[in-house]
Design a protein around this ligand. Structure first.
Ligand code: ARG
Length: 585
């Protein structure tokens, strides 16, 4: 559906033109002074410079022509030249009924939608998840949903860190703890076990132990580096160990992501990029894109417009080892061959920005991404604890997502118990959804690039700008509709009568433009801000309106239709945030 502001703009543009001014001055926006008017146009001020005329005069002239225009109920002029507009309640009502009748609430797909790869999650196999991975999962899931909703053909890839030093560390530690395993024989005559020779719990202990040791024991570190290199060169016994690590770790990660209601189309990782590296290195060398510098192979990526220095992208170290950038570049080659996307979105810690700048520029320079392919980095800030330092769970250091979710759910459970309306199972289901909403909304409501403070008490509050508050409002609407016992299909909204009702109408009519902005900016926080406003305005309206006891059937049905639309808008927004809503809470 056409945006309401676009429709009003047309009317006002025509008036500018009719008054002898440039049409484009007539752009209308939602008012930033809702106390004064609903929509506004500031074209008279720009026109003043253009036509060397008093802006008030221009505004008066245009407003005069808008008097009595069907779309507009009230038009006023305010110094220094604003045209303030109130929309006709009939048009507003017609617009909302149009939204109600449309499955997508009037939100149109992007005509230039493209095949898009979104790279998020990015957990490292056999290493503990950290809060950055949580943010990547939560933000990435929402961005993925927004991209899809706008009509893009989206492929999500978790891009596991599964090929690094952690593998060599684990192998060496295993060798020390269990030297009798057949992987460590000098002659390989015994078969390798089908079952992993360690459990997940053991694996989780092996890595931190080995990692700590490598920091104190250079000998051990050197051995781990060598084991990593051997693995990367395809040494079979180590590949066998690696496969076990991968299987255990992936199953555990899957559980973690399931608990977050986050899913990926592809579970590929850095290891999948390795086969592409040798040819890529040859190619970069032979075409002179990469050159040697102090023994390493690098690609210069500076651009004339750079404000700060962008160091070259290192493809190979002097010892021949590949780096993070190498594997990201090779992954782009893999993705181009298998998916040929026109757009890439990477969701990772903003401290990786330089890395992605180097990779993107190299990919363009080498033609691994076409000139018209968009390579985008969506960098997020740090999740801090109340002490302002990067968040640690009660266990300290390592983040166990289960604990984090447990903490949140415990806080939610206490609050629900106060409400004390639900049976055991119902309460547990509701707690799970509310807990996740608290966690996700607490993250998503901040602009991604900013750091934020993880605050269980605030996030789980049923009041204020929180996930539980939004769910509470949505559930409230669900329950009024259910209580009414009326089949609402086909019911239509009536023209708004009260101010609070009109405020809700206006807010709902913004859905289309809010989602568009969230899509254009890949910014879930825009949707959070919006659902919060919708919820608040709805609750204000509901406070003043006795819906179910209304005896005028026509009035009551109109309100039920309004409730249905409010519910649909809230649920659609929540879905785009990756948040589920219970039926009762
Ligand atoms: N595994 C990386 C980390 O833990 C994140 C991966 C981000 N994606 C990428 N294509 N580099 O920091």
């Amino acid at each position: 559906m056409e945006l309401l502001t676009d429709r009003l703009s047309k009317t006002v543009m025509d008036a500018f033109e009719a008054a002898g001014f440039d049409k484009t001055l007539g752009t209308v926006k939602a008012s930033n002074r809702p106390d004064l008017c609903e929509f506004q146009c500031s074209g008279a001020m720009s026109g003043a410079k253009l036509y060397k005329k008093n802006p008030m005069e221009i505004a008066e002239e245009v407003a005069g022509r808008l008097e009595g225009a069907g779309d507009i109920s009230e038009i006023t002029v305010a110094a220094p030249g604003f045209i303030n507009i109130n929309i006709s309640p009939e048009l507003l009502c017609e617009y909302l009924n149009g939204m109600s009748a449309d499955e997508r609430l009037g939100f149109e797909k992007d005509a230039s939608a493209v095949k898009t790869v979104i790279d998020y999650g990015g957990a490292n196999v056999a290493k503990p998840l950290h809060v950055g991975h949580l943010r990547s999962a939560v933000i990435g899931e929402s961005v993925k949903r927004i991209l899809k909703y706008a009509g893009n053909d989206v492929v999500s890839d978790i891009h596991l860190g599964d090929w690094g030093l952690q593998m060599g560390l684990i192998i060496m530690q295993l060798k020390e703890d269990s030297p009798d395993l057949p992987y460590f024989d000098t002659e390989h005559t015994r078969a390798y076990p089908h079952e992993a020779p360690f459990t997940l719990e053991e694996l989780e202990r092996i890595y931190p132990k080995a990692s700590a040791r490598s920091k104190e024991d250079p000998e051990f570190l050197a051995q781990a580096q060598e084991a990593t290199l051997k693995l990367q060169q395809g040494y079979e016994p180590y590949i066998e160990i690696w496969k076990h690590i991968m299987a255990l770790s992936k199953a555990d990660l899957k559980k973690n992501y399931d608990a977050l209601n986050v899913s990926f189309d592809l579970w590929k990782g850095e290891s999948d990029a390795q086969p592409f590296i040798p040819d890529m290195v040859d190619d970069l060398k032979s075409r002179g894109i990469a050159h040697e510098s102090q023994g390493a192979l690098v690609v210069d990526v500076t651009e004339d417009t750079d404000k700060k220095e962008i160091p070259p992208c290192i493809i190979q170290k002097s010892d021949g080892a590949a780096l993070y950038a190498t594997s990201d570049l090779a992954t782009i080659i893999d993705r181009k061959q298998s998916l040929n996307p026109k757009r890439y979105v990477y969701v990772a810690d903003k401290r990786q920005e330089l890395h992605f700048t180097q990779v993107f520029r190299t990919a363009k320079k080498a033609g691994y991404a076409d000139a018209d392919t968009r390579l985008e980095f969506l960098g997020f800030g740090t999740m801090n604890g109340k002490d302002g330092k990067p968040f640690k769970t009660r266990a300290g250091g390592v983040m166990r997502l289960e604990y984090l979710i447990e903490d949140i759910n415990a806080a939610v459970y206490d609050k629900i118990k106060e409400a004390d309306k639900l049976s055991g199972q119902q309460a547990r289901d509701a707690v799970k959804m509310i807990g996740l909403a608290a966690l996700k909304y607490g993250d998503l409501s901040n602009q991604a690039s900013k750091d934020y403070v993880f605050d269980v008490d605030r996030f789980t509050s049923f009041e204020g700008n929180t996930g539980p508050y939004i769910l509470y409002t949505t559930v409230r609407i669900k329950s009024i509709l259910e209580k009414s016992g009326i089949d609402t299909t086909g019911l239509k909204l009536n023209v708004s009568k009260s101010e609070k009702e009109k405020a809700l109408f206006l807010k709902l009519s913004e859905y289309n433009s809010v989602i568009r902005t969230a899509y254009e900016e890949l910014a879930p926080h825009r949707i959070c801000q919006y659902v919060y406003e919708v919820s608040d305005i709805f609750n204000g309206f509901y406070h003043d309106t006795k819906i179910l006891s209304e005896t005028d059937e026509d009035k009551r049905n109109g309100w039920l239709a309004l409730l249905e639309l409010t519910k649909a808008v809230l649920l659609s927004c929540l879905d785009l945030l990756g948040i589920e809503c219970p039926d009762k809470m």
